[in-house]
Every structure is written in structure tokens, then in C-alpha cells.
Design a protein around this ligand. Structure first.
Ligand code: SF4
Length: 465
């Protein structure tokens, strides 16, 4: 029998009814709650505190590499567009200063079990710069040989030699940016990336032993049609990457300048966008991919799908992961660290970043120290997003509250809005999300988001359609 989204009881009318803008909850509280009262000194205090109380706890690293050689019009990332490749050498000099400064608060040389290079375009760096960066990191951290080391790849800047080098440097996970193979779409978003080039990247990555290879697709882009996207899916599903991410394009030209270069008459209507989304989900399910939740699909034998079935899935700034909760130290402009019960974000521009480090100061400029209410809500949201199931007693016990009393209002809202639609069940001790409810995880999590519930303008977040 064919597996479709309809076989989960989801149809267009239901999607429209529950389609509200909301965060993706790669963190709670979400980054829009960060404030400047949390600064470099607060971040340093947390590093120092964690190093004293849990010196042996594994560490996760994120390195932000902001440069891109050309602009994709849909982009909402923090990046620097330049053709001047000498700029990355200067950036590495400053990353080195930041590594030294951050690790001066971690004298116990924490073991790294997970690392992610994101951007921008990490492979804007040339071979010797990538090698230098890895040397800098290895000189300052103790890397677990069994760890997960991932990098975002733009096939336009990563030839065969670079992929081999990345494997030699220890990378073993990769996410490849695809979006859509349709040439008209690629032209409309100013990202010309021939299909053969993408497929060659995938083949080389496999040859080099990369595991859990992900491909990113986006629906709702200009000039996109169900027929065109269906052809992209034919090719992608034939290539059978281990994971697929299917993101909704949020067209917010008033917030993101590059998006103003998109011709509004090229945008698909909300109906067409929904049709493309349903088509894509159905094709992925039918090809045997397991829906993990929040835009992510994985082949049933992929570690993410296995972790979901075992109830050991986690979520961090990069999305779903199999790695247990650990401190995340983020390096580079605009990156966000998660240390104990705190989030700290680095300054957003290169000038500010360089100026801070020239003064010998950590470049952290904003963040948040989580309150006990933030902590319990974070646990609830992460349990729902990752396991789709939670024990009220267990969460209540670990936070010293009676869950049913603490969340009486939220439980009533779940019973009223989601239970009648069979998206979840609320019993005496459990909240359990059904397979149908997995497609509406964001809306369910939003019920527990104290800040979102009191927000005046939720439209800064994306929607499904
Ligand atoms: S989508 Fe990626 S490659 Fe394109 S401009 Fe944004 S960060 Fe750079």
C-alpha cells in the first residue's frame, strides 16, 4: 500500500487550519528572546562554572564561516558576499584568537564528540585554510575518534579534492544544499547549480565514507511548479540520500534584503505551494523515508530514524541529532553557544567581531540565562519535538513541580485544540503525539512557549504555506 500524508489523516483543509507562523524550536527560549543584559562576562561565568562542575562532560562545537562567493536571493542566513578570497585568511586569524580566549575558561580540555561547520559557505575556505582551521581546533580540543563531525556543502565550491580533504580532516557527516534542480527556479533565485555537479558531490562523499548524508530542498521558491519539483524529486529519490530536509521558503522581503531581488510575480500561490509540499512529502514517504518531524525525513536505516524509534532523539541548533544533550561552544561571527542554562550569541558583523577580539574580549554580545520556568518548558518542548511523548511525572519530578497543576492551562489547550483532531492524547500521566500530530509539532510546542503566547507580532516566523 502506498504511504501518503493522507493515510495519516492529514489533508489540505487541516493544514490550512493549523498553519500558523511559529519557531522551529532549535532552542527554547528562541533567539528573539535574547537580550544585551547577557554579555561576554555572563558567558565567561557560565564557561567557568561548567568547567568546574562537569569537567568531563562532552562538548559540541559549532564554527560559523560566513563567506559566500555569490548571493542566493532566498537567503536569510548571516553571510558576507565577496569574491575576495583573502578575507577568509583574516577571519581565521581572528577565529584563532577566539578559540584561545574561549578555551582559557575551559582549562580541563573538554572532549569534543560533535562538531558542525555552517555558514555562509564553509568551503569558501580553500584546502590549506580548512586544514589550518582543523589544526587550530585539534590543538585546543580533544576530539573523540567516534564523534559526529558535520559540514554544510555547497557543491559549487567543493570539488572532488575538497571532499577527499574533508574526509581526511575527520569530517564524517555532510549536508548538501540542493533546493531545486529546475533551471528556471535556479535562475530566479540566482543559484545555478547543475544537477550533475550535485550528484558528483554525493557520489564522492559516499566514496569517502561520509555517513548520514543529507540533502536540503526548499518548496515555495519563485518559478516553482509541481511538475518541475516532481522532476527534482525523481532525481533526488533515485540518488537516495540518507536524510532529506524539506524547508518552506518564507518570503519576507521587508526583513531580508536579498529577497527583494525576487520578482513577486514569479512566486507560487499559496495553493501551488501547498500542492508542492504535499507532493514532496508523499513522494518521500512512498520512497520509504521516515518522517522525523519538523521538516526532516530519514531512511529507515539512518541513525536518526533508528534513534527516533528507540526514543533517543535530541534537538539542537542544527536540527535533530542522535547526540545526547551537551554544552555547545559556538565560534565565529553571529554563532550561538549553549552553556549549561544559558545561551550566548556572538556579534553579528565582522567589524564588531574583529574589534572585540583586538581588545582581548569575548565577542558575545547578547543571550539569556534560563529561569526555572524556561528550563521546564525547554524540557517539555524538546521531549515533544524529539520523542513525541512525555511523562508528566518524570518532568514534574525533575523540576520539583506537579506537572498537571503547573501546566493546567496548556493541558486544557491541548485537549481542546489538538486531541479532538487525534493529533495527540492526554492521559493522566502522558502526552503522546500521534503520527498525524507529528506533522503539527510546531503548533503543539507553541502551546508551551510562554513568550510566544504573549507575543504581539508572531508574523516574523515562517509558516507551512
Ligand atoms: S543560501 Fe547559502 S550559499 Fe546562498 S547566500 Fe545564503 S548562505 Fe550563501
Amino acid at each position: 500500500m502506498t504511504t501518503t500524508i493522507e493515510s495519516f489523516g492529514v489533508d489540505e483543509a487541516l493544514i490550512r487550519r493549523f498553519d500558523r507562523p511559529g519557531p522551529r524550536y532549535t532552542s527554547y527560549p528562541t533567539a528573539d528572546r535574547f537580550h544585551e543584559g547577557f554579555d561576554a562576562r555572563a558567558h565567561a561565568k557560565w564557561l567557568d562554572h561548567r568547567d568546574r562542575i562537569e569537567p568531563n562532560k562532552p562538548l559540541s562545537l559549532y564554527v560559523h564561516l560566513p563567506f559566500c562567493a555569490s548571493i542566493c536571493y532566498y537567503c536569510a542566513c548571516n553571510k558576507v558576499i565577496t569574491k575576495d578570497h583573502s578575507r577568509s585568511a583574516q577571519y581565521l586569524d581572528y577565529l584563532e584568537k577566539e578559540i584561545k580566549l574561549q578555551t582559557s575558561y575551559l582549562p580541563n580540555s573538554r572532549r569534543v564528540t560533535q562538531m558542525h561547520f555552517g555558514g555562509g559557505t564553509p568551503t569558501f575556505l580553500n584546502a590549506s585554510e580548512l586544514s589550518r582551521l582543523m589544526r587550530m581546533l585539534r590543538d585546543n580540543f580533544d576530539f573523540d575518534p567516534e564523534g559526529e563531525y558535520a559540514i554544510e556543502i555547497d557543491p559549487r565550491s567543493a570539488d572532488e579534492k575538497i571532499i577527499h580533504l574533508l574526509a581526511d580532516l575527520g569530517f564524517n557527516r555532510m549536508s548538501i544544499g540542493v533546493q531545486d534542480f529546475d533551471e528556471a527556479v535556479q535562475k530566479a533565485v540566482h543559484r545555478i547549480q547543475p544537477e550533475e555537479m550535485t550528484m558528483a558531490t554525493l557520489a564522492t562523499a559516499r566514496e569517502c565514507g561520509f555517513q548520514s548524508i543529507n540533502m536540503d530542498l526548499i518548496y515555495g521558491l519563485p518559478k516553482q511548479t509541481p511538475e518541475g519539483f516532481s522532476r527534482t524529486l525523481d532525481r533526488v529519490l533515485e540518488a537516495a540520500p540518507d536524510r532529506l530536509a524539506l524547508y518552506s521558503y518564507a518570503h519576507l522581503p521587508e526583513r531580508f534584503k536579498p529577497q527583494r531581488r525576487i520578482d513577486p510575480t514569479d512566486m507560487p500561490s499559496a495553493e501551488v505551494k501547498l500542492e508542492i509540499m504535499l507532493l514532496a512529502i508523499n513522494r518521500m514517504l512512498d520512497a520509504g523515508y521516515q518522517f522525523i518531524g519538523m521538516d526532516h525525513f530519514a531512511r529507515v536505516d539512518d541513525e536518526l530514524a533508528v534513534a527516533q524509534r528507540r526514543g533517543s532523539l535530541h534537538r539542537n541548533f542544527q536540527g535533530y541529532t542522535t547526540q545526547a544533550e551537551c554544552d555547545l561552544l559556538a565560534l565565529g561571527v553571529s554563532s550561538i553557544s549553549k552553556i549549561g542554562a544559558s545561551f550566548g550569541q556572538n556579534v553579528k558583523t565582522l567589524d564588531e567581531y574583529y574589534a572585540c577580539l583586538d581588545r582581548g574580549q569575548l565577542p558575545v554580545t547578547r543571550g539569556i540565562e534560563l529561569s526555572s520556568d524556561d528550563l521546564i518548558r525547554r524540557d517539555v518542548i524538546m521531549e515533544l519535538m524529539c520523542q513525541g511523548d512525555l511523562s508528566m511525572e518524570a518532568i514534574g519530578h525533575s523540576h520539583g513541580v506537579v506537572f498537571q497543576e503547573y501546566f493546567a492551562k496548556e493541558l486544557a489547550q491541548l485537549r481542546e485544540s489538538f486531541e479532538p483532531e487525534e493529533m495527540l492524547t492526554v492521559s493522566a500521566d502522558r502526552i503522546h503525539i500521534t503520527p498525524k500530530g507529528r506533522f503539527f509539532l510546531r503548533g503543539i510546542a507553541m502551546v508551551f512557549d510562554r513568550y510566544f503566547q504573549s507575543q504581539v507580532n508572531p508574523n516574523r516566523f515562517s509558516k507551512i504555506i
